[in-house]
Design a protein around this ligand. Sequence first.
Ligand code: GAF
Length: 368
Amino acid sequence: MSEGVWAAPGRVNLIGEHTDYNDGFVMPFALPHTTVASAARRDDGVLRLHSADVPGGAVELRVHDLAPGRGPGGWTGYPAGVMWALRDAGHAVGGADFHYESTVPAGAGLSSSAALEVVTALALSDLYELGLERGRMARLCQRAENVYVGAPTGIMDQTASACCTAGHALHLDTRDLSQRQIPFDLAALGLELLVVDTRVKHAHSEGEYGKRRAGCEAGAAALGVSALRDVLYADLPAALSRLDDPEVRALVRHVVTENHRVKRVIALLEAGEVDAIGPVLTEGHVSLRDDFRVSCPELDLVVEASLSAGALGARMTGGGFGGSAIVLTHTSTSTTLKKSLLDAFAPTPYAEPRIFPATPSPGARRVS
Ligand code: GAF
């Protein structure tokens, strides 16, 4: 018997990529796609997890036994990690039944795991009357992912799923965790943001993510700052001249210019010059491709084909090595653009991409 139903969305990131573990700026918005959980408390200390989207039956775990390194692998590690993180932080949470159904494409770089974590945390917070504040909820979900699942990700995805609001992009300062909701209503301006899921996830992406993060930390240490956020855009040439390792230099250049791009996008949005953000998005892609080296041929093809077909701007979104790109276009030309993209992929060995428009949607909420 369910005691309630909760939903948490996936996200796309408009700009500010690989900055969230450098104390930098990000600007995600929530997708209409959600992971929905119906849940109920149990008094026998068992966490029962079932997904309509994954073959196989339910998994049952004893909440007392949950510990990093001892968890189940696969998708159940995320909700189990949330249960562990809540209890480890001293919250009085007991057993629970969860049934999940998701429309967030899995493995597409659209934060299906953050949606799963956040919907679990929100349901447990309500069921056990924890009253968790949303920012704290996001931090606990990040801890589940970092410590329990073992993925060294930043705070962006969980904050996006927990804190985004409809019609806005979320400007998050990942150092002090302050937030601003920036109005981002494209439809009213005759614009559309397409998500293009390449349906590819390259092997070793987790290991490569960790390497980029370590490279950024090495850059910060070499420059004597606590995080790359502290390198000002105006000081970038001087900072780069102090770095010997060309790979670290390129990582630093990406992070510093990307933080600057977030500020430029906010200034343009606030000035009402929304279509002018297109070239800034594309610059971000070039930086992720050439300096941060997290793109892949499929994502590069989406960007090139979109720009050739008249898009205002395009870039990969999320961690990279496959996953999705975003494309900013006039609504009047979006149908021809979609066709051009499919035509560009048709003669290649790549899978046909899945293309859909993204409307800034609400963050996590109780449905019933
Ligand atoms: C992944 C991570 F989970 C985020 O924390 C962020 O670093 C992103 O890659 C890159 O911007 O989604």
